[in-house]
Each structure stands twice: as C-alpha cells, then as structure tokens.
Ligand binder design. Structure first.
Ligand code: SR1
Ligand code: MG
Length: 419
C-alpha cells in the first residue's frame, strides 16, 4: 500500500478534499458547510455523499482490504484505478450510462463522481416490486455496446492489445471472481455459507462432474478469452434506476473477457429476483404480475442486445475480425458469421448466468433477494429452485436456442416443489 494513503473519515473529509477544484466546482468552496454521510453498502469500499452549498457529489474510496471481511483479506487500492479506467471507457462506448467522473486520485484510491440521488439500487427496487421502464432496452444495448466496442470487431488491434494488457493487471479482482464465482460453490471452501436445508441440493451439484467441468470450461474462457472489456460485476446492485432512467455503476471488476459475461450475470440476477418474489409479495396476483414483468425485462434485455450488436456489426465493424474484404466486398452476406458470433455470446451468457445463480447462494456475498427472506424454510425452497435452474442452464447452455426458451424454463422451475 502507498505510504501516503489514508482512509477518509467523516470528520476529516471536508478539509482533505477542500483544495480540489474539480470537487469544489461541483459543490462549493465553503467546506465548513459540507454535510458528509457514508452510504457504502457494498462489499469492498467506502462511499460518501458530500452535500455543499452548490450541489452534491459522491466520493468513493478503496480500502486496503475487503470491507465485508475485514483486514484479514488485504486488497489492492488499485481497483480504483481500474474502476476509473473502466468508467472512462463506458462513457466512450455508451455515453451517459455511467455517472460522470470529476476527479481521480490513484494514491488515495479515490474517485469523485456524479451523485445519482434520485436513483435507487435496482436490487432494492426489484425486492420492493417497483418497475423501471426501458430497463431491458437500456441494459441490453449497454451490454452490446460494451461488448462490441471493446472488441476486435471495432478497436484497432494495437489499442485493443494495450487495453487488454492494462486490465490484465486487475488481477486481484479477477482472482475474486475466479474463486468466489467459479470455484468455491462446488466444494467446501472456507468462506462459503448456505441456507439450512440445502445440503441435498448441494450434494447434487458437487457430484455432477459434467456440470462442474462445464463451469471450469467457462472459467477457462474467463481467464483466456480476452474478447472485450466487461463491466465484470453487472448484478442488480451495480444498476441504479428511477422509474424511467437507468445507470450502471461500480465497474471495478472490469476485465477483458467473454462478450457474454455481463449479459449472463445480469440475467442471473433478474432470475434470482424472479424466483425470490413469492417471499416478497403478499398478494398472489401482484406477485405473478411482477414476476411476468421480470421475465419480460429478461427477454427485452437479450433482444435489445442482439439488435444493437447486429446494428453495430453492420454499421461499425472496422476491426480485424470478420473484415468486409472477406464478405461485403465480395458481394456476400455476413448473416452466417453474425449468427455464429451471436450464438457464441448467447451460449456463454447462459453458462455464466447459471454459475452466478449458484455462487449467490453458496459462496461468500449472497444476494439480498434471498438473504432478506427470514423464513428459512421458504428461503431454502426458493434457493433450491434457483440452484437447480442454474444447473440446468450450465448443462444446456449450448442447447437453449433463444431467450424465450430460458424464460419458459424459469417459469417451470418456479412451479417446482423441490424441498
Ligand atoms: C469479496 S467481494 C464479493 C463480491 O462483491 C462484489 O460485488 C463482487 O460481486 C464480488 O464477487
Ligand atoms: Mg460493486
């Protein structure tokens, strides 16, 4: 850790940041008037909202350890550097999707950014039964833009390789994903925990050599297929919404990996919101209707992804991959090639989706969607559906032909009495 680093405190923050013009330009110079609150509820960092006479700002600071575990798990401050770099690329590749960045200090692991104070974390909204219009469209397009514009379909190969090499150093955060997401759920890892009653289901997963090998094969792609810059942690806690506006935050897990990674993680978190609804809605009609809405969001997300990717393919394909000289310039269609690529992305997304569904019930860092269910018997029943649906998705990731097949499967598992 850098010797000049020091974690901000509520008391010290105003004085320490008062001379930074990029910050005072946003909220005013009279720092004695600044009101500071710490609102970080994620697993890793400090997050402050600072209100001055002229406005509000968010200050996010990395701690030298994993917040949710404590200083027994040290973690590089440089995750702020990768988050900053990812935010810059998100803004280039999909303008307006991420909060504006005003200031970055690498030594302090600190980013000052736009305060989205009318927006709420999507996970909380899904638990509360609050709809967001255009959610699927915005996130589907965002995933497609990030996937396409960070790849060799679009970037100059030299820029792409330099970027890959930069993000390869985000290795401590990639290691978290490699361990917590791809490996720990499938053996008795130290940091695991699970709801009482799930043991028979966990046994099924751990005895399933075919499924575990497919998970490891996806990990091989995670570590080796540097197809594009992924957000790396696009769950519903990394999305903030009003009723009709959607933003993506927190790309500190950014890495170059499979184009279907973000889409898969995103769908998984919607499926967990879907499967956990029986515990959150009292009125059965409201519950069914909200569940239908979540499935519609999943379908809209994937359809928007395909449409936007197709649009970029036809209008912005200028990198080394599938060059026009091999197709259009010879008077040939690219339909076959595009379908091949979309199928590859979709298959990876389904596989990542199943894996994310497992880790959120079995390893460290569970989802509030299930964790907030106090009735342990109900929670285990709903989590059992989630775990077995996840297994089905991993096993059949190459055979699910379209998104409606996935949502039908989800509806089927939602009716199953497993425990
Ligand atoms: C120790 S970090 C645990 C999880 O929190 C983050 O949001 C990522 O999802 C990570 O896997
Ligand atoms: Mg996060």
């Amino acid at each position: 850790m850098n010797k000049n680093y020091s974690a901000l405190t509520l008391d010290e923050l105003p004085k320490r940041l008062s001379s930074i013009t990029a910050i005072t330009d946003q909220i005013g110079t009279d720092f004695s008037e600044w009101k500071v609150t710490e609102v970080g509820d994620g697993n890793l960092n400090l997050v402050f909202i600072v209100i001055g006479s002229n406005g509000k700002i968010v200050i996010k600071q990395a701690l030298p350890y994993v917040r949710v575990v404590g200083d027994s798990w040290p973690l590089t401050l440089d995750r702020a550097f990768f988050e900053y770099n990812a935010l810059v690329r998100q803004e280039q590749r999909d303008p307006g999707i991420a909060p504006s960045v005003f200031y970055f200090d690498r030594e302090q692991g600190l980013i000052a950014m736009e305060c989205l104070d009318n927006h709420k974390i999507l996970r909380g909204k899904l638990i509360a039964g609050e709809k967001v219009s255009n959610l699927g469209d915005v996130i589907g397009k965002h995933c497609a833009r990030l996937a396409f514009k960070g790849s060799d379909f679009y970037m100059q190969t030299k820029d792409k390789k330099n970027d890959v090499s930069l993000f390869q150093n985000n290795l401590e955060l990639m290691a978290i994903t490699e361990t917590l997401v791809f490996t720990d759920p499938y053996y008795e890892a130290e940091m695991n925990n699970h709801t009482e009653g799930l043991d028979p289901i966990i046994k099924i997963l751990r005895e399933d050599v075919e499924m575990k090998s497919k998970v490891q094969y996806m990990l091989l792609k995670f570590t080796s297929n540097t197809e594009t810059m992924c957000h790396g942690d696009l769950h519903s806690g990394s999305i903030m919404c009003t009723e009709n506006d959607t933003k993506v935050i927190d790309p500190e897990f950014a890495f170059y990996g499979p184009m279907g990674f973000d889409l898969g993680m995103n769908i998984a978190n919607y499926l967990m919101a879907f499967l956990s609804q029986p515990a959150h809605r009292n009125n059965p009609n409201e519950m069914k209707s909200f569940q239908r809405w979540i499935l519609k969001v999943i379908e809209e997300t994937v359809n928007a992804f395909f449409e936007e990717f197709t649009n970029l393919w036809h209008n912005s394909r200028r990198g080394i991959l599938f060059p026009k000289c091999l197709y259009e310039d010879q008077g040939q269609s690219t339909d076959y090639a595009l379908n091949l690529v979309l199928k590859h992305i979709f298959n990876d997304a389904i596989s990542v989706c199943g894996i994310e569904m497992h880790r959120r019930c079995l390893s460290l860092a569970h989802n509030a969607d299930f964790e907030q269910i106090e009735d342990v018997i109900l929670r285990s029943k709903l989590e059992a559906r989630n775990l077995l649906l996840g297994r089905e998705l991993i096993l059949c990731s190459n055979n699910i032909k379209d998104i409606s097949e996935l949502t039908s499967l989800a509806s089927k598992f939602n009716e199953r009495n497993i425990l």
